[in-house]
Design a protein around this ligand. Structure first.
Ligand code: FEC
Length: 288
């Protein structure tokens, strides 16, 4: 079960998609209008180029593994529960759950796990992969994308509400560890880390945010920045809007040169890395 955040398939889906993310909590009209506008500007009308990437990754992983692979989305269709029903109807006795997000947090990966566990409900053996932030193939893939750069490298990941710090959540430390591993493998010494994509939920989120961070780098005399997202693995709204539009517009205003590495998407080396994680999960029985 290859799980992803999920993205609306067409513009008309955005209100229901946003409602799913908010889980019943109210949505301010201006926030919904803003989200619809961001998707519209990314070229989503009747079909989503973002979902097409997940489907290509799924198909390539199935070929690489020689096993059936379903995609289950946390916030859109096909929902994790529906994908689990399809897998069970197909006779799955063992299901490996792998999320297309490498770092564990109780506010992100735990939600995927809960949805999958609830859906399978003991009808198959579940082997859930909670994290893979230090997977050598993933580290090498990102290192290859930044090696040799003369720019200051900024590793990024989705921010989360800062209250995760009160519960010893491993998210921040895992993000920094991926960044350290990638920088070391690429022999890059000039780097920093920044969060991105904070949501307007009315509570403090982890920072610095990428826009604030770019302003600080500019003030410090940095002239060129290479963005290397580590907490995301494909081109989606948070990459194509928050970095390619918002951060790029700010950098242009500051006169800062800004580039971004290619996302792993369905890169064959990335698909082989995912396949290796799945094979290991299949080889090692879960602890009782
Ligand atoms: O391309 C797409 O259409 C979907 C892009 C997308 C990804 C993604 C990944 C993560 N999120 C994480 C946490 C939160 C928290 C909230 C939240 C809200 C949104 C909204 C949109 C959205 N997220 Fe997201 N996220 C993506 C899209 N996310 C749209 C709502 C509108 C907005 O804020 O702009 C706040 C929820 C709330 O309101 O209470 C928290 C984390 C990840 C990375 C891990 C993962 O991929 O699962 C963490 C992709």
């Amino acid at each position: 079960m290859l799980m992803a955040y999920g993205s609306p398939e067409r513009l008309a889906d955005v209100p229901a998609y946003y409602a799913d993310i908010r889980g019943g909590r109210p949505i301010a009209t201006e926030h919904l209008d803003d989200l619809v506008e961001r998707y519209r500007r990314l070229g989503i009308e009747e079909s989503s180029p973002l979902n097409a990437i997940t489907e290509r990754t799924r198909a390539a992983l199935a070929v690489e593994l020689g096993l059936p692979v379903w995609t289950g989305m946390k916030h859109w269709r096909p929902h994790i529960a529906d994908a689990a029903e399809s897998a069970l109807a197909d006779g799955a006795a063992v299901i490996v759950g792998l999320v297309l997000a490498p770092h564990y947090s109780e506010l992100s990966i735990a939600g995927y796990r809960e949805q999958l566990e609830r859906a399978v409900d003991g009808r198959a053996e579940l082997r859930f992969v909670p994290q893979w932030y230090d997977e050598p193939g993933f580290v090498d893939l990102l290192a290859d994308r930044i090696r040799g750069t003369r720019a200051h490298v900024v590793f990024t990941a989705h921010s989360l509400p800062a209250r995760i710090r009160e519960t010893g959540d491993p998210y921040e430390e895992q993000l920094l560890e991926t960044s350290r591993l990638v920088a070391a493998a690429a022999d890059v010494a000039d780097w920093s880390f920044s969060f991105q994509s904070e949501s307007p939920t009315g509570e403090p989120w982890l920072g610095p945010d990428i826009l604030e961070h770019l302003r600080a780098l500019d003030r410090a005399g940095v002239e060129a920045v290479l963005l290397c997202p580590v907490g995301f693995v494909s081109d989606h709204l948070e990459i194509r809007w928050d970095l390619d539009v918002e951060a790029a517009e700010l950098a242009a205003r500051l006169g800062l040169r800004l580039d971004r590495v290619e996302m792993p998407n369905d890169d064959p080396a990335f698909v082989r890395t995912l396949a290796g994680i799945v094979r290991r999960a299949l080889a090692v029985p879960s602890p009782a």
